[in-house]
Design a protein around this ligand. Structure first.
Ligand SMILES: Nc1ncnc2c1ncn2[C@@H]1O[C@H](COP(=O)(O)OP(=O)(O)O)[C@@H](O)[C@H]1O
Ligand SMILES: [Mg+2]
Length: 339
């Protein structure tokens, strides 16, 4: 896999609001290392508030991290170090969760698609742009195009608007699209077709996707041949090939996440409790030096208060000090008898 983007030691701190707390900052992302391969699908999964959107915006160049390096492979294959301002950010497009907010409400869909193409292809005739728009509408499956192009955002369904956002993103020929919870606000019945559209765009156009979600089941679906990165309170806890991680989740948090995914077959469902010590998600602000998952972790020991490095097995990176013990305990217990 050729790498498209490499993130190294990304840290993000936000200044806390309020006049009297000017000096305080919230450490939202902590030491994120991540590589995104050309044409791959990487699912970034984590609970709400863990920093997924922040990381997505850093990948897209919409936020500049407080610390860290981002290297992006340029047109000619050379590596561009991105420090301050995002270079060649056109190669990376961001699709936000709220499709209504993403589109100008007083512009027709045609106008919303036309403007960015015009801006990036100043020499194109109107006819060329119209042809491009027509191709895009076919690609995203909204036909007959004319019927949708004359509408305003509020006249479309959430699913249709998300497709328009896809069209707008691919109109700039990106190498990577970061899709931030693109299906969470649309009807359950339409989710699958939108996920399939993304897979199709990935396969046909070779565009890499970072699919951000709090929902492991859609992540599993779209990135079944790709990779999974599991985030917890601003850190990546486990990352590797989707099939490898799912068939053998190693981090206690990944194990808990997998147990929480609904199983369609009622006979396969178990009544066991989630392997969590506490259901409370602690705040990103009270995180100490050590493992952020420790307060909820059933396997926590004293050493979890100290900073932890990744362990790599089978190409999977895991951030946990007690992996051997977790493995041993789980091997000793037959399936389905977790505490
Ligand atoms: N612009 C910002 N200013 C201050 N804090 C922010 C900002 N954006 C996000 N945060 C904080 O960073 C944390 C992670 O947010 P976010 O990246 O939106 O998480 P997620 O997308 O996983 O729900 C939250 O605690 C949030 O309040
Ligand atoms: Mg978010």
């Amino acid at each position: 896999m050729n790498s498209l983007m490499t993130l190294e030691h990304i840290n993000m701190r936000f200044q806390k609001g309020g006049f009297f707390s000017k000096d305080r900052s919230v450490h939202v992302l902590k030491d994120i290392d991540l590589t995104i391969g050309e044409g791959e699908i990487l699912a970034l999964v984590g609970e709400s508030g863990c920093g997924k959107t922040t990381l997505g915006k850093i990948i897209t160049g919409l936020y500049v991290p407080t610390e860290g390096q981002i290297a992006l492979q340029g047109e000619s294959g050379e590596t561009i170090k991105r420090k301050k301002r995002p270079l060649s950010f056109l190669q990376v497009q961001f699709i936000q969760q709220d499709s209504y907010a993403a589109l100008n409400p007083v512009r027709t869909i045609y106008q919303s698609l036309y403007a960015p193409i015009r801006m990036h292809n100043p020499k194109w005739s109107k006819k060329q742009i119209d042809t491009k728009i027509d191709e895009l509408m076919t690609l995203i499956g909204l036909q007959p195009a004319a019927q949708f192009l004359s509408k305003y955002p509020h006249q479309l369904s959430g699913g249709q608007r998300q497709r328009i956002l896809m069209a707008r993103a691919i109109s700039l020929d990106p190498k990577l699209i970061v899709a931030d919870e693109p299906v969470s606000m649309i009807d359950v019945s339409l989710r699958l077709s939108l996920l399939n559209l993304m897979s199709e765009l990935n396969e046909r156009l070779g565009i890499a996707f970072v699919y951000i979600t709090h929902d492991l089941s859609t992540a599993r679906y779209i990135a079944r041949r790709g990779r999974l990165a599991v985030m917890y309170l601003g850190e990546i806890m486990e990352e590797g090939a989707m099939d490898v991680v799912l068939s053998h989740p190693r981090h206690p948090y990944t194990r808990a996440l997998l147990k929480a995914v609904p199983v369609p077959d009622p006979d396969a469902r178990s009544d066991e409790k989630l392997p969590l010590k506490s259901m409370e998600l602690s705040g990103i602000e009270d995180r100490g030096e050590g493992c952020p998952f420790a307060p909820r972790c059933p396997y926590m020991t004293e050493q979890c208060e100290r900073p932890v490095d990744y362990v790599v097995t089978e190409g999977v990176r895991i951030k946990c000090r007690n992996l051997e013990e977790v493995e041993r305990l789980n091997a000793a217990r037959p399936e389905g008898t977790d505490e």
